[in-house]
Ligand binder design. Structure first.
Ligand SMILES: Cc1cc2nc3c(=O)[nH]c(=O)nc-3n(C[C@H](O)[C@H](O)[C@H](O)COP(=O)(O)O)c2cc1C
Length: 158
């Protein structure tokens, strides 16, 4: 998002964090709230269209429908939110490769974002934010050493 007017309104719903407006772009990743059997069918129809293979995904469809049928509303939302973090990871890796800084953020009020961005009507709700842009020369944090646990502590090689 580059609309400064909307982004300015979002600051107060982002714990007053200014990177929501100061970064050149604000990525808002949203999850679907309407994942059901009909949505699975839409996805399967799309797969058939893209792959040109009508009727080839029956077993896959049944697996998807069975998977979501086993989840209650909260678990389904949680699952959908996790998918958003895959997109977030891809976005951050890509920005890093382009030497663009990014700041993943969970400090925001999802309901207010949904309201201001008109997401509810689209059956979406905000999952996570990621302002991104070229580094400011005045960024006092940029040159600080990165704080990371030792690789040996967080990676197990079996
Ligand atoms: C769950 C989670 C939520 C976060 N939310 C925010 C946030 O709302 N605002 C913010 O400036 N940083 C937030 N951060 C921290 C930054 O995204 C980032 O981790 C921090 O700037 C340090 O990154 P670096 O060590 O790669 O420099 C959050 C981090 C995590 C793990």
């Amino acid at each position: 998002m580059t609309n400064q007017e909307i982004r300015e309104q979002l600051v107060k719903h982002s714990w007053n964090q200014r990177q929501v407006t100061d970064a050149s772009h604000l990525l808002v990743i949203a999850l679907r709230t309407d994942i059901d059997e009909a949505w699975c069918d839409r996805f399967i129809a799309r797969a058939e269209e893209v792959r040109g293979e009508a009727g080839a995904f029956g077993a896959y469809r049944d697996m998807m429908v069975g998977f979501i049928a086993n989840l209650d509303a909260d678990a389904l939302k949680q699952w959908a939110k996790l998918q958003c973090y895959i997109a977030l990871g891809q976005f951050m890796t890509t920005t890093a490769m382009l030497v663009i800084d990014a700041c993943p953020m969970e400090g925001f009020v999802a309901d207010k974002y949904d309201e201001l961005l008109g997401l509810k009507d689209k059956h979406l709700t905000t999952a996570v934010l990621c302002p991104a842009g070229y580094r400011s020369a005045e960024d006092k944090y940029a040159e600080l050493p990165k704080v990371r646990f030792q690789a040996s502590e967080v990676i197990t090689h079996l």
